[in-house]
Design a protein around this ligand. Structure first.
Ligand code: NDP
Length: 309
């Protein structure tokens, strides 16, 4: 039995080496060189095309090569009953935590102001504040979001967190559900979006919701582009209601050259790289999950397709 690897962006040789280190007996095949389809028991894939998984009649496990599973769960041809897992790796959390802390710190310490002033040879003194005077709102308190929230707490910010179900996290004032969203947004001076893309979160950040953020708020987006109405975002930035943004994810990627976000000097654009799956540290989790399904057990970190994440 074998594992098939599919990705247009990840290096198959790195994953082969890491998985063989964790299980030397594992038969690893990089698509399209994958032998008989009947022999495939697991697929490790990033953004496989719709219908891909259907090919393998004895598939026991679908492993999303990353955290966001929106691409898999919207495939209407998924084999019924085959469990889906995602990479769940502390190193991936650390990478997301460091990225989001960098974004938040850059906004908090006014580096954008200094970069814009530097371009005009202008000395722009802004008196520093204590972190406790600044409220950071974290949208999404999942495996990656909770790590980022803990980083903000460690730096001394007042930290709010918003999720679907109630959560208890050290140092974080938590809010749950749609009813609590306006109160959460109204206090989030730096608002960090790290929600999965689901039927409920698609277009969540509308003009009305941006208006609920405090005037001059800063917005960081690293979950999925389609959770944000980009026209509303551009309008909120142009009006000054939002003073700055850092955006890692977009409705269309790569962001088209003509997109108005490129014209806004107060927007930092990064090319969807906040965090990635790391073969060296994720391989053991993949092998352990394969062993679980071979024993007839449920895998760890299972995705709920109906919930969308
Ligand atoms: P998880 O699936 O572990 O957690 C998702 C979080 O979002 C949970 O706290 C969940 O609430 C919350 N949530 C989901 N739906 C809603 C809703 N309708 N209302 C309120 N809260 C909601 O995700 P991760 O933290 O691991 O990752 C988050 C996302 O980050 C991924 O789905 C992916 O899209 C994106 N990502 C981006 C990367 C990048 O490089 N830019 C890299 C990796 C991931 P609850 O806790 O109640 O379930």
């Amino acid at each position: 039995m074998s594992l098939v690897f599919y990705s247009q962006v990840d290096n198959a040789d790195d994953w082969r080496a890491a998985l063989h280190a964790a299980d030397p007996a594992l038969a690893f095949h990089a698509w399209p060189d994958c032998g008989p389809f009947e022999d495939v028991e697991a697929v490790l894939a990033w953004k496989a095309p719709p219908g891909f998984y259907r090919r393998f009649p004895n598939l026991k496990l679908i492993i999303n090569l990353g955290a966001g599973v929106d691409n898999i769960v919207r495939d209407t041809t998924l084999p019924a009953g085959t469990p889906i897992t995602r990479i769940s790796d502390p190193e991936m959390g650390r990478m997301m935590g460091q990225f989001l802390l960098t974004c938040v710190m850059r906004h908090f310490r006014e580096f954008g102001t200094f970069e814009r002033a530097r371009a005009e040879r202008r000395w722009a003194y802004v008196h520093p504040r204590e972190t406790r005077e600044c409220t950071v709102g974290m949208m999404g308190l999942g495996q990656l979001g909770a790590v980022a929230a803990a980083e903000f707490v460690r730096q001394g910010f007042r930290v709010l967190g918003w999720s679907r179900s109630p959560k208890v996290l050290p140092g974080v004032e938590t809010f749950a559900g749609m009813d609590a969203l306006p109160a959460f947004l109204a206090q989030s001076e730096i608002c960090v979006m790290l929600l999965p893309l689901t039927a409920e979160t698609e277009n969540l950040m509308t003009a009305e919701r941006f208006a609920q953020l405090p005037r001059g708020a800063k917005f960081v987006s690293a979950g999925r582009g389609r959770t944000v109405d980009e026209h509303a975002l551009v309008a909120a930035l142009r009006s000054g209601h939002l003073s700055e943004a850092t955006l890692d994810v977009f409705r269309e990627e790569p962001l088209p050259a003509a997109h108005p976000l490129w014209d806004l000097p107060q927007v930092l654009i990064t090319p969807h790289l906040a965090s990635v799956a790391i073969p060296r540290t994720a391989a053991a989790q993949i092998v352990a999950n394969l062993q679980r399904v071979r024993r007839g057990e449920r895998p760890a970190h299972e995705v709920e397709p109906a919930r969308g994440y």
